[in-house]
Design a protein around this ligand. Structure first.
Ligand code: PLP
Length: 367
């Protein structure tokens, strides 16, 4: 007899990530060293040298379980942002935090609001527990329209996801707009503010959302070590919220969800401001380089506050032809049809030489 599964599980579309270098190398017979992966918003600089030394040191200990409470990593986060460790929960990547939020607050049939072009994992974690995803109409520039969110709130709404900056569109919502929104959302609805790309923001652009927690106990801020910290392969992120909310989330968390190397590397990385500043600088320069190319090529792009840019090639066929041309020349970017932007591709911002290669093959496409 075949197993049974709820319809909301069998109807789920699995997450599609950027294509791995080795897979493309195998498939197209291009040597892995020649491939430029600009498909998963990773840090092209790699990781902080401090994190690297900490990993080398800690490797001797990996026969031990990690600290299931992540005491020292929470301490490092607390010290950096002046928080209480009870306000912090650690995740196996920030995706884990998004999922824990959904599993903590949702029952089948509850509604979750997110923007039409927002990060794909919101839909997956919602539907995986039988929640109903409600997509808010985007702003004209493909970003969040928080007034639309307010209109969609119903008795069944239990959770709202906001990405700031958003992936794949890169839009930023300004501080005053989020604060105004929070003051209008009923307090029993959890609002997850996903700040996976926060470290890439320049000074004044940051929302400084941690300081809002005392007033907004329904707010959960999610952060990642996968982006500017460069630890995507280790899987570590964290959530910050009211201690009672964190306490509830901890009940559904797996006991050892963040591995030993990830905790150790994250602690060291938090202490390396030079690395983060350098990563932001390289990203700012790369963004200018790519924007200049799009302008020169007369390709419409969405101005981005993250480490990626989505650009519009007019229609889906053209976008897939560009994608294939880039791929065959060893440049991996990301189609974003699954984000309801079929005529767009998304390119992660790389090092100057990687961006140069992307630009070379973007230009060589025969229109
Ligand atoms: C907006 C946003 N949130 C969260 C994540 C999840 O990142 P991770 O689980 O690697 O921390 C991503 C990854 O691309 C993202 O773009």
């Amino acid at each position: 007899m075949a197993i049974t599964t709820p319809k909301y599980i069998s109807e789920l579309e699995p997450y599609q990530g950027g294509r791995p270098i080795k897979e493309v190398s195998r498939e197209l017979g291009i040597s892995a060293e020649k491939i430029v992966k600009l498909a998963s918003n990773e840090n092209p600089l790699g990781i902080s040298p401090k994190a690297k030394s900490a990993i080398d040191e800690c490797i001797r200990e990996i026969h031990r379980y990690p600290d299931g409470n992540g005491y020292y990593l929470k301490l490092a986060i607390r010290n950096k942002f002046t928080l209480n460790p009870e306000q912090i929960i650690l995740g196996n990547g920030s995706n884990d935090i998004l999922e824990l939020a959904a599993r903590t607050v949702l029952s089948p049939g509850d509604e979750v609001i997110y923007s039409k072009h927002a990060f794909a994992v919101y839909e997956i974690v919602t539907k995986a527990v039988g929640g109903i995803g409600i997509k808010a109409k985007p702003s004209e520039d493909f970003g969040h329209n928080l007034d639309e969110f307010i209109k969609l709130i119903s008795k069944k709404t239990k959770l709202i996801f906001i990405a700031n900056p958003n992936n794949p569109t890169g839009n930023l919502i300004v501080r005053s707009e989020i604060l105004n929104f929070l003051s209008r959302v009923p307090k029993h609805i959890m609002v997850v503010l996903d700040e996976a790309y926060d470290e890439y923001l320049n000074g004044d652009e940051k929302s400084i959302a941690f300081s809002w927690l005392s007033e907004h106990k329904n707010l959960l801020i999610s952060r990642s070590f996968s982006k500017a910290h460069g630890l995507a392969g280790l899987r570590v992120g964290y959530g910050v919220g009211d201690k009672e909310v964190i306490n509830l989330m901890n009940r559904v968390r797996q006991p050892f969800n963040v591995n030993l190397l990830a905790q150790t590397a994250a602690i060291a990385s938090l202490k390396d401001d030079d690395f983060i500043n350098q990563s932001r600088l390289i990203n700012n320069q790369g963004r200018e380089q790519l924007e200049e190319c799009f302008r020169e090529q007369r390709i419409q792009f969405i101005p981005s506050y993250g480490n990626f840019i989505s650009f519009n090639l007019g229609d889906e066929t053209k976008a897939m032809m560009y994608y294939q041309h880039l791929l065959e020349n060893g440049v991996i970017v990301r189609p974003i049809k699954n984000y309801e932007l079929p005529s767009f591709l998304r390119v992660s911002i790389g090092l100057k030489n990687e961006n140069d290669i992307f630009i070379k093959y973007l230009r060589s496409f025969k229109k």
